[in-house]
Design a protein around this ligand. Sequence first.
Ligand code: SAM
Length: 272
Amino acid sequence: MIQEYEAEYEPDATRRDADDAESSRASRGWWDRNADEYQTDHGAFLGDDRFVWGPEGLDEADAALLGPVQSLKGLDVLEIGAGAAQCSRWLAAQGARPVALDLSHRQLQHALRIDGGAVPLVEADAGALPFADGSFDLACSAYGAVPFVSDPVRVFREVRRVLRPGGRWVFSVTHPIRWAFPDEPGPEGLSVAASYFDRTPYVEQDEAGQAVYVEHHRTLGDRVRDVVAGGFRLVDLVEPEWPAWNTQEWGGWSPLRGNLIPGTAIFVCERD
Ligand SMILES: C[S@@+](CC[C@H](N)C(=O)[O-])C[C@H]1O[C@@H](n2cnc3c(N)ncnc32)[C@H](O)[C@@H]1O
């Protein structure tokens, strides 16, 4: 979920500002270039039609953060940053009507490869959703878009706009505390190495100084304030514990670190 592949050249990793336009451009390029490897590496863990909230493996079938599973039938659901639309496929199997949106053409091609177009796909930026007001009952995102945009409030306002009154918006991101630690699965990932309070984006750039990968950090307090500024009420904040059955590493997420510090934060929000 966080960057873990190498470009053909060695990108220069730095901390500097990156606005929404540069962040979107970098994300589209990075995910287009790396979608094949991402799906090869993580497709089996994600499952073709499973709804997993993060590397801990918390499954929506058990967590029911979108509401009771039996209540999903007939609901219009927008999945943002859907990748290969695994979560949307699970929603469709529960009788919901999902739409899977992603910025990356190549990620969406993997959705087509898996289900031949059974789930409707939309290629668009989360900051400008191409839907009419009040089109959906629910919106969800498992590590999609939110960690990669410089202005998450813009995304949340868009999500609020396309939701019907009372609609839920549930999204997962890297737990903010991880920003302070090196992104390493082993013991070297257990010592604080940076300030949790430093919001300067993590940027990898090419030789011309163009961003090729961007990730934006918000503290936990920032995320709560962003949710409220976006017009939502925070209903729950879930920090999944690392389960004993999960022995798999995913980038900097590992059983070692997962047993000591949270790796994922899931925000359960509702609009009026
Ligand atoms: C870590 S993947 C998560 C995908 C899927 N939920 C999963 O767990 O595999 C992040 C996804 O967010 C998408 N994304 C990044 N920025 C976006 C944006 N601004 N708008 C829409 N999608 C975006 C990427 O293209 C990528 O497919």
